[in-house]
Design a protein. Structure first.
Length: 432
């Protein structure tokens, strides 16, 4: 089986799908499929609002065509599914996008076609959830008429150094022959190389392990932060001191959101409970990290009360709502938990973010984005995201944003500013 001469259909043109479509589209025929008509129209005009691919690169890709029409998928022999796999309101896997994509692909595949999934799932999901939908909608038999592969996405939104081709790709297939073909396909674009594993379940497990490990490491430093706050120890200074040892892992405390680290552990615990195992450490880490936004908000409230600020009549500015710095991605941002906690106390909250799309933020969270000028005359200011423009700000300029009559509280959640300089300027500082 040789997939290198096949036409590829990429299902979903978000943070994962678009870079993949662009890279394959440089050398072979690619159909970039998305149900969002506006997204497709923007890409055809060379505009990527996710900021993952530049206009120059988009317009230079020779063999990539975009479509919202299912009929276009019939021309492909390889289908790569890159749709979101979020969690619902009670932290259960939401497979609706994945199921819909599988139904769509199932109506298009033919004998001999290969369907590769990149969406993050729990071990077993591809063969237990996706394959039956492919069979049902195609009338074809798995591993007889069509085949599957799984290659977990490792895109890091906003990262311009560790890009798609520079990150080693884990690959797998539903048969040995398919595994070899899938591995060869990705090896043609991934300069960092590939790592072929024994089966699809191993590849699925690999992805959730990566992010669960990071989640637990962050949970540990978050717990240390809570403890050290009570002991009067600056957590960042203690971590920097510990980091002078060569084998110390440089994790930092903070809010853990986004589409991977804040989500994937729930996929793993869901599957664990399905087979009768109730994970302790993974679940504990998630609880710790999920509570950090509320913990931050409540500490800011305490400091405001201590400084004689009438919380119910106060105005708090929040700088940043994306889940990470220098990136417009707002998926599963924990900043909204912080904002909602302030609102529960009757606080007037003003939010700004130079990267986030105002319409998307309003649609997703019901929060109106303001310009930076609207954050003046605040009683407290929360720097929630480490955007470059925020990092460049001087503390003296930040002090001018507060009401002159109040004892201001600055919550520097990303440890961007010097705590001793803040103290000299009369700012009551909180940081993790």
């Amino acid at each position: 089986m040789n997939l290198n001469q096949c036409t590829i259909a990429i299902i979903g043109l978000g943070y994962v799908g678009l870079p993949l479509a662009v890279e394959f589209g440089k050398t072979r025929s690619v159909i970039g499929f998305d149900t969002n008509k506006k997204r497709v129209e923007e890409l055809e005009d060379g505009i990527d609002h996710t900021l993952e691919v530049s206009q120059e690169v988009l317009k230079s890709v020779k063999y990539l065509k975009y479509s919202t029409e299912m009929s276009a998928l019939k021309n492909a022999q390889v289908y790569i599914v890159t749709v979101p796999t979020p969690i619902d309101s009670v932290n259960r896997p939401d497979l609706s996008f994945l199921e819909k994509a599988s139904e769509t692909v199932g109506k298009s595949i033919k004998k001999g076609d290969v369907v590769i999934y990149e969406s993050t799932v729990y071990p077993g999901c591809t063969e237990e959830v996706c394959v039956p939908l492919l069979e049902k909608n195609s009338g074809l038999k798995f591993n007889q008429d069509f085949y599957c592969g799984y290659s977990p996405e490792r895109i890091n939104p906003g990262d311009k150094i560790n890009t798609l081709t520079k990150i080693k790709k884990v690959t797998s297939g539903s048969t040995q022959e398919v595994a070899d073909a899938v591995d060869s396909l990705y090896a043609s674009i991934i300069t960092a190389g590939t790592h072929k594993v024994a089966n699809i379940k191993v590849a699925e497990a690999c992805k959730v392990i990566e992010n669960t490990q990071r989640d637990l490491n962050i949970a540990l430093v978050n717990e240390l932060s809570v403890l050290f706050n009570r002991l009067g120890i600056d957590t960042i200074e203690a971590l920097e001191a510990a980091g002078t040892k060569w084998n110390f892992l440089p994790f930092r405390p903070g809010m853990v959101g986004g589409h991977c680290i804040g989500v994937d552990p729930y996929y793993l615990t869901h599957k664990a409970e399905e087979v009768g195992y109730h994970p302790q450490i993974i679940a504990s880490g998630r609880r710790m990290n999920d509570n950090m936004a509320r913990y931050a908000a409540r500490n800011v409230i305490k400091l405001m009360l201590r400084n004689g600020i009438d919380v119910s009549k106060s105005k708090v500015g929040v700088m940043g709502i994306t889940f990470k710095e220098n990136c417009p991605d707002i998926r599963n941002s924990k900043v909204i938990d912080l904002i909602n906690e302030f609102k529960n106390w009757g606080v007037s909250v003003v939010v700004t973010d130079p990267y986030a799309d105002a319409d998307e933020v309003m649609h997703e969270y019901g929060v109106k984005l303001s310009v930076m000028a609207d954050l003046y005359n605040v009683d407290a200011l929360v720097v929630a995201v480490g955007h470059q423009s925020f990092r460049k700000m001087q503390l003296l300029a930040i002090k001018k944003m507060f009401k002159k009559s109040c004892n201001p509280v600055l919550a520097d959640l990303k440890a961007l500013y010097n705590r001793y300089e803040a103290d000299k300027l009369g700012l009551t500082l909180f940081r993790f």
